[in-house]
Write a protein that binds this ligand. Structure first.
Ligand SMILES: C[S@@+](CC[C@H](N)C(=O)[O-])C[C@H]1O[C@@H](n2cnc3c(N)ncnc32)[C@H](O)[C@@H]1O
Length: 283
C-alpha cells in the first residue's frame, strides 16, 4: 500500500473539508454512477482483465440514514427518486441491481460490484479519516488495493496498469479551484503513458461556470475522442449551488455516446426533469 508522503494527517484533513457522506446519493451521483456502470459493462464485454483506478474514492459505502446524509436530504432528489421509479431501461439495470444490496455504493463499491473476478480496483483517497473508512468498508476483497496519496500524482504514477485495459475514474470535490486545470493536465500526462485507457471525469455545473476551463483544456489536449454528458437540472442563473452534473469521457468505449444519449433522454422524462446535453469532440 502506498503512503501519503510528507504531509501530516491532521494537515491533510484540514486542507480537505469535503465529505461525500453529506451528498451521497444526490442527482449528480445518479448521473455519474449510471454512466460509470455503462463504461464498466463495456469493459466486461471482452474477456481480458482490466483495472479500475478510482482516484477520488471517498468512503466506498454510505449509510443514507446517517445523520449527515439525512441533514442534506440530497438523496431524495437522487437515488431515492431513482429507486421509486417503476421500470428502468435496460441500460440502467446493472446500476439498479448494484443499489439493491443494502448500503449505498459509492464509485469504488459500484466498480467492485460490476467488475469480474479477474479484474482489479485501485482505490485512491487522501483524506485520512475517509481513507480509514474506505479500507474498513471495502476490506476482504483481494481484487481491491488501497493508496492514501494525492489523486493527481497517483493518476500519473499508477499508469499504465499491468492489465493495459481499464478506466481511471476522476471525481474531485473541486474544493481547490485549480482542479479545473490540474485535472485535464494530469489526464494528458497519464494519457501520454497509457493511451488505451478510458478516462472518466466528473465535474460540477455551478453558476461560476469554471467547468468551461476544464472542457477547453480537454479540447486543446487533442485527444482522439471525448464524449461529454451534461445533465442540467435548472438554469445556471436560477440560484446558487449545483445546477447540474457533468461527465467527460476520454477514449470512450464503443457505443458509450449512444448509451449516454439514451440514458440522458430517459432521465429527462422519467420524473427527474432537466435537460440532457451530449457533445463529442476530438481530433
Ligand atoms: C466527490 S468525493 C468522491 C466520491 C466517490 N468518487 C463516489 O462517487 O462515491 C471526492 C473525494 O476525493 C477526496 N480528495 C479530495 N482531494 C483529493 C486529493 N488531492 N487526492 C485524493 N483524494 C482527494 C475527498 O476526500 C473525497 O473523499
Amino acid at each position: 500500500m502506498a503512503q501519503c508522503q510528507g504531509l501530516a494527517p491532521f494537515f491533510v484533513a484540514f486542507m480537505l473539508s469535503y465529505l461525500h457522506r453529506y451528498h451521497a446519493g444526490n442527482f449528480a451521483d445518479v448521473h455519474k454512477h449510471l454512466l460509470l456502470s455503462r463504461v464498466l459493462c463495456a469493459l466486461n464485454r471482452k474477456p481480458a482483465p482490466y483495472c479500475v483506478i478510482d482516484t477520488h474514492a471517498g468512503e466506498g459505502v454510505y449509510d443514507l440514514r446517517a445523520e449527515e446524509a439525512v441533514k442534506g436530504g440530497e438523496a431524495a432528489d437522487g437515488v431515492a427518486r431513482f429507486l421509486g421509479l417503476g421500470d428502468v431501461p435496460l441500460l440502467a439495470q446493472e446500476y439498479r441491481a448494484a443499489l439493491g444490496e443494502g448500503s449505498y455504493p459509492g464509485s469504488p463499491a459500484l466498480a467492485r460490484r460490476l467488475m469480474r473476478d479477474v479484474d482489479r480496483l485501485v482505490a485512491v483517497e487522501l483524506h485520512p479519516a475517509t481513507y480509514e473508512t474506505l479500507r474498513a468498508t471495502m476490506r476482504g476483497d483481494a481484487r481491491v488495493h488501497f493508496h492514501r496519496r494525492d489523486a493527481m500524482e497517483a493518476l500519473v504514477a499508477l499508469v499504465p496498469p499491468v492489465e493495459k485495459r481499464g478506466v481511471a475514474v476522476i471525481d474531485p470535490a473541486y474544493e481547490v479551484k485549480d482542479e479545473y486545470r490540474s485535472v485535464p493536465a494530469a489526464v494528458a500526462k497519464a494519457h501520454a503513458r497509457w493511451r488505451g485507457g478510458v478516462y472518466f471525469i466528473w465535474y460540477p455545473l455551478l453558476p461560476e461556470m469554471r467547468h468551461e476551463m476544464l472542457l477547453e483544456s480537454l479540447e486543446d489536449a487533442g485527444f482522439a475522442e471525448v464524449v461529454v454528458s451534461e445533465w442540467h437540472r435548472r438554469a445556471p442563473d436560477s440560484g446558487r449551488g449545483l445546477y447540474g452534473s457533468g461527465v467527460a469521457v476520454v477514449n470512450p468505449p464503443f457505443r458509450f455516446a449512444d448509451e449516454a444519449a439514451e440514458l440522458g433522454a430517459w432521465l429527462e422524462t422519467a420524473g427527474f426533469g432537466g435537460t440532457h446535453l451530449l457533445r463529442r469532440f476530438g481530433r
